[in-house]
Design a binder for this molecule. Structure first.
Ligand SMILES: [Zn+2]
Length: 303
């Protein structure tokens, strides 16, 4: 079977315009720029076809990533007089570290000076961004105080409450009230594709009273198993669990619950349904491509 890269390369090139996903709720805010980039429509050739990889990965050329970033910024509208805004990104480490951006001194192309997984600001004319390839990007917007935030939430960051703390930082720094905050949870690895091990389940159970609601058991349909049930009955001693029962995590819901816990009204939360693993032509996916993949970007800024 050809690899994903080969299959994608063999297909005719799609539209060269990058596709930026948005949350309808946030598009109604006139002074806001936001968006979630997708896979097609860039200058990168390392991942099959031409893609909009915006992460400085080891496989990609730096020049391609810089061009892709500029293209994404223009497509999202993070631009003044034809020039893209400064773009602030992070060296992401699956933490709960959030930086308050107080200066525009950052370039489009430079590698970031911030280490952490969240950025907030009330400065105009800069874009905050997180990069993902299965982890969830979460954007926060305070419509009254004009402040924004971008957060990178994988399972580790979610256990550390990165998004819940993000709301807290906005309250502290900008005087934000949770009821004025609107949130968008972008594309990520949805429940359908997120099989997890016991250590993940345990980590959530130690932190959240509602943890049980985030995990779902999935019975793997297995033709061999159905045909020869005796084989499987004898495979394990009683009480040792069924090897065909898998546990899946709903990480999108975990982050939605944190927003609710922080006081963000339910009607202010938009969660995109896109699964990065299930849509390989539309998104980069760390899990689907076994680590050799690009990154998409969630960005937010104030005009
Ligand atoms: Zn999926």
């Amino acid at each position: 079977m050809p690899t994903l890269s080969k299959r994608l390369a063999a297909e005719p090139r799609t539209s060269s315009r990058p596709q930026i996903l948005t949350a309808a709720d946030l598009t109604r805010i006139p002074w806001l720029v936001h968006g979630f980039t997708t896979r097609p429509g860039g200058f990168t050739t390392s991942y099959g076809g031409k893609t909009l990889n915006v992460g400085f990965t080891k496989d990609d050329l730096r020049a391609s990533v810089e061009r892709n970033r500029k293209r994404a910024m223009l497509a999202a509208g993070a631009v003044t007089k034809g020039e893209p805004w400064p773009l602030i990104t992070l060296r992401q480490v699956h933490s709960d570290i959030i930086h308050v951006v107080r200066s525009r001194k950052a370039g489009l192309i430079q590698q970031t000076r911030f280490v952490g997984d969240g950025l907030v600001t009330d400065l105009r004319g800069i874009a905050l961004a997180v990069l993902t390839a299965d982890c969830f990007p979460v954007l926060l917007v305070d419509t009254k105080r004009k402040a924004v935030g971008a957060f990178h939430a994988g399972w580790r960051g979610t256990v550390k409450r990165i998004v819940e703390k993000g709301v807290g930082i906005m309250r502290l720094e900008f005087g934000s009230r949770p009821e004025d905050i609107h949130a968008a949870i972008g594309p990520g690895i949805q429940q359908c594709s997120f099989e997890v091990g016991e250590e993940v389940e345990e980590a959530f159970h130690t932190q959240f009273a509602y943890a049980a609601e985030l995990f779902h058991t999935v019975q793997e349909s297995d033709a061999v198993r159905e045909r020869y049930p005796m084989l499987f009955m004898n495979q394990r001693a009683p009480g040792h669990g069924d090897p065909c029962i898998k546990v899946h995590l709903d990480l999108r819901e975990a982050n939605r619950r944190q927003l609710l816990a922080a006081g963000v009204p339910e009607e202010n939360i938009t969660a995109l349904k896109d699964c990065t693993v299930c849509q390989p032509r539309k998104f980069f996916s760390h899990r689907a491509e076994r680590g050799k993949t690009g990154r998409q970007m969630a960005l937010v800024g104030i005009k």
